[in-house]
Design a protein around this ligand. Structure first.
Ligand SMILES: Nc1ncnc2c1ncn2[C@@H]1O[C@H](COP(=O)(O)OP(=O)(O)OP(=O)(O)O)[C@@H](O)[C@H]1O
Ligand SMILES: [Mg+2]
Length: 256
């Protein structure tokens, strides 16, 4: 009796989650779109002020410097708002996947190379356990790369300094592929585990994170027919497993 109940509950939860995501997505996209135009104007005006200030140079040094500092702040904060709206639009865009042959190891490696320099700078080692015999899968490479980058960025942040990120790829049965990204970072408290995929959930200090990274990943992976699972221990680290359907070329046209 227990098992079916649990399954139903899980399905309901998922449905609720996806409805919630859809509603928030639409709302966010509307707001983000509206805010982008005034932001662009504020930025333009601030840049203009910077130019004028440069021209005026030579006046009262202290006040001028203060003014320049303030305008610089305006530009920085506008850029941050723009980043937030870009994330919101990304989150809401829900672009239909473009399914093509993807070499998973290569897609991962492209992103790993992006974060490796900064990782090394913080004494974070990235260990690859790529299954060299992994078959090509049929998926959306750009979206997959976006997801991988999000996970690597989160892992790097969770470690801060000195640690290891391990990336593993492997076949999961006949029809799926696993990408496992584990880190030796701070870990996730149990009470947070059910919230980390919620839009806007973040433990970063104010002004640092939008809390949209994982919800974007969640949406993308769902649309690619996959799933994400997480295991974590506070103080020891976190392991995310992305399972993607392998899909063979012959199956592509059989599905809707
Ligand atoms: N590898 C990880 N280790 C520890 N905590 C994590 C990890 N990945 C995610 N989290 C937790 O999940 C939260 C949500 O992550 P998410 O990527 O959605 O947003 P964020 O990283 O906080 O902000 P943003 O992605 O916009 O910079 C994080 O704030 C953190 O608490
Ligand atoms: Mg993030």
């Amino acid at each position: 009796m227990d098992a079916p109940e649990k399954k139903d509950w899980l399905l309901d939860e998922r449905l609720l989650q996806s409805q919630k995501l859809a509603a928030i997505g639409e709302l966010s996209a509307g707001i983000a779109h509206e805010i982008n135009n005034p932001l662009a104007i504020i930025r333009q005006e601030a840049e203009w002020m910077q130019l004028l200030l440069k021209k005026l140079g030579g006046g009262d040094g202290k006040e001028l410097a203060e003014l320049q500092g303030s305008v610089r702040q305006i530009v920085q904060q506008v850029d941050r708002c723009t980043e937030i709206t870009r994330n919101l639009l990304d989150f809401a865009r829900k672009r239909d996947p473009v399914i093509q042959a993807v070499e998973v190891n290569r897609a991962i490696e492209n992103m790993t190379m992006l974060v490796e320099k900064e990782a090394r700078h913080n004494n974070i080692t990235i260990v690859r356990h790529y299954d060299q015999d992994l078959p090509v899968i049929f998926s959306d490479a750009p979206q997959l790369r976006q997801v991988i980058l999000n996970f690597l960025t989160n892992a790097t942040y969770a470690i801060g300094k000195d640690g290891v990120i391990t990336i593993t790829t492997r076949l999961a049965g006949d029809d799926a592929v696993d990408i496992v990204i584990s880190d030796t970072g701070c870990g996730i408290p149990e009470a947070h585990l059910s919230k980390i995929f919620d839009p806007f959930f973040t433990t970063k200090p104010p002004g640092r994170g939008t809390g949209l990274g994982l919800s974007i990943c969640h949406g993308i992976i769902l649309r690619l027919g996959g799933r994400i699972t997480v295991a974590s221990q506070v103080g020891r680290g976190t392991e995310f497993t992305i399972t993607l359907p392998r899909r063979r070329e012959s199956e592509l046209f059989a599905n809707d």
